[in-house]
Design a protein around this ligand. Structure first.
Ligand code: ATP
Length: 313
């Protein structure tokens, strides 16, 4: 298990990490999400020893992480850092050797990975001659080539086409299925929802939510009902909920998203919907991860900006 324990990091007056703690178990893909500037890259750099924490600790399998342990980690940094003019296979084999592979094994590993990601024919080309998407595949291989126990991937999918995302997703899932712990940051929350077992949401360098994808989507166990009612002209009808007791409107996109009081009979809502028009959709739902993220982060920002007003509300 990877543990980030109470990590703090300041840059001048900016608190990049304000006591961040969470854990990533082996065999899991763990999403790391937060707004631009939330502190994801800073935390990942500290895990990899590229940056230092002012306070706190990173542990792997219960022990503080040192340079020898990090040789068993794989890292795809945000600033992609391979050699543009070096042939792809050569530099991947070189990287595997840096992680302790013998020459023959390193070369075999590089070839195997290039084949797996459909790049065998480009193996002898300089990196800079590949398309950006293919360069990104090579960057991912650079993190995987030595079979690491922990993978730290900083926005590995940004800028990839859908097939590229599928191919890289498979590789990430397989690594976890084979026992690796995978921590990866992304702004693509639909992808995080599909791919990840666990998720940590951070804001301003602090953890604001952590759990499995399902736990986060369920939230506090709210009873959420999505209802879509259209009138005789085919237009959406929404006003019918305004007088309904025991419900709170949480959204109005493509219908209404209602939060029901715990003891409210949903039949009452259905009757009101039927009276208002034609009911095209009526079903209990969980929020998507993106919706939950917006709620969690927005609530936090409103509480901060609103101060006492937010407390009254
Ligand atoms: N070397 C640095 N010098 C000064 N400030 C820094 C430095 N590195 C990061 N910061 C600041 O620390 C905060 C966290 O930045 P970080 O890059 O970790 O965020 P992030 O969550 O990775 O953002 P993004 O999603 O945009 O990549 C930001 O306010 C950033 O400006």
């Amino acid at each position: 298990m990877l543990e980030l324990v109470d990590l703090e990091r300041r840059f001048g007056d900016v608190v990049a990490l304000g006591g961040l703690s969470f854990a990533v178990p082996q065999g899991q893909v763990f999403g790391f999400v937060g707004a631009n500037g939330a502190g994801k890259t800073t935390a990942m750099r500290i895990v990899m020893g590229v940056g230092a924490a002012d306070r706190g600790e990173v542990r792997w399998c219960g022990a503080p992480v040192d340079a020898a342990t990090r040789r068993r980690f794989g890292y795809m940094p945000e600033e992609r850092g391979l050699y543009p003019k070096m042939a792809v296979r050569r530099q991947l084999a070189y990287l595997a050797r840096l992680h302790g592979f013998a020459r023959g094994d390193a070369d075999r590993a590089a070839r195997g990975w290039l084949e797996r990601l459909g790049l065998s024919e480009r193996a002898e080309d300089a990196l800079e001659d590949l398309s950006l998407g293919n360069q990104q595949r090579v960057q991912l291989i650079a993190a995987f080539v030595h079979g690491p126990e922990l993978l730290v991937l900083d926005e590995p999918f940004s800028g990839l086409d859908p097939l590229g995302i599928d191919a890289m997703s498979r590789v990430v899932r397989d690594a976890a299925a084979n026992g690796a712990a995978v921590l990866f940051s992304s702004h693509q929350l639909d992808l995080v929802e599909q791919l990840c077992d666990g998720v940590a949401i951070i804001d301003d360098g602090r953890l604001v939510a952590v759990g499995t994808v399902d736990e986060l989507r369920r939230g506090n166990g709210d009873r959420l009902l999505r209802v879509r009612v259209v009138g005789s002209s085919g237009a959406l009808v929404g006003g019918w909920v305004d007088e309904l007791a025991g419900v709170r409107v949480r959204g109005r996109e493509g219908g209404v998203l209602l939060e029901l009081d715990p003891d409210l009979d949903h039949g009452v809502v259905l009757d009101a919907a039927r009276a208002a028009g034609s009911v095209e959709h009526f079903g209990f739902v969980h929020l998507s991860l993106a919706e939950r993220y917006r709620e969690v982060v927005t609530e936090r920002h409103q509480a901060r900006v609103g101060g006492p007003l937010a407390e009254v509300g």
